[in-house]
Design a protein around this ligand. Structure first.
Ligand code: ATP
Ligand code: MG
Length: 178
């Protein structure tokens, strides 16, 4: 069986999630089976990229965890304990989804943020990577990927922000940013 590698897209520049979805599209085009899990994106409606998946008939399964709202986006903050619990449960769901043996590529979108914030122990992700069937390619996205994960990966790209229209007062645009 071909060996799957570990890829990380991190950094403060735009393009991490869109890079991961680009890989998913390419993989599906070659008949590979893809699973996408979006962490920490609860509290906002699904983005264009997953809406497109629902309309395209490709072998890409996606899942969002609606209760995963980071404290900074919660009215009054708080809820960290529930968030930690939800993240651990979500990782367990990923494990079950991937260990079933029906996947060639798995994308864990924004999981690095959960690790960087200490909401999910990095050991649990390292353990998952250890257990992953050999042929599965794993892509992890999000700002602040921890050093030990970078060491474990085969491919690491840091998106570095040189300019972003947000800093010039342009709010997030439908279809471009979400
Ligand atoms: P994208 O989803 O466009 O590929 P991303 O995954 O690299 O971006 P995140 O760090 O996940 O970016 O940021 C979440 C949101 O903020 C996205 O809508 C993204 O387009 C936007 N964004 C990305 N980088 C920046 C930046 N440097 N300044 C402001 N907004 C940004
Ligand atoms: Mg992203």
């Amino acid at each position: 069986m071909k060996r799957g590698l570990i890829q990380i897209y991190t950094g403060d520049g735009k393009g991490k999630t869109t890079a991961a979805f680009g890989i998913a599209l390419r993989a599906a085009g070659r008949g590979l089976r893809v699973q996408i899990y979006q962490f920490l994106k609860g509290g906002s409606p699904p983005s264009g990229e997953v809406l497109a998946l629902d309309n395209c008939g490709l072998p890409i399964r996606w899942r969002r965890f609606d209760d995963q709202i980071p404290p900074m986006f919660r009215k009054g903050g708080g809820g960290e304990e529930e968030l930690r619990r939800s993240l651990r449960k979500a990782l367990e769901e990923v494990r079950e989804g991937v260990l079933g043996g029906q996947t060639d590529l798995v994308i864990l979108d924004e999981i690095n943020v959960a690790l960087a914030q200490g909401w999910l122990p990095v050991e649990s992700v390292l353990e998952f990577l250890q257990e992953c069937p050999e042929g599965v390619e794993v892509v992890l996205t999000g700002r602040g990927a921890p050093e030990c994960l970078l060491e474990r990966a085969h491919l690491v790209t840091e998106m570095r922000c040189i300019k972003h229209p947000f800093d010039q007062g342009v709010p997030a645009r439908r279809g471009i940013e979400f």
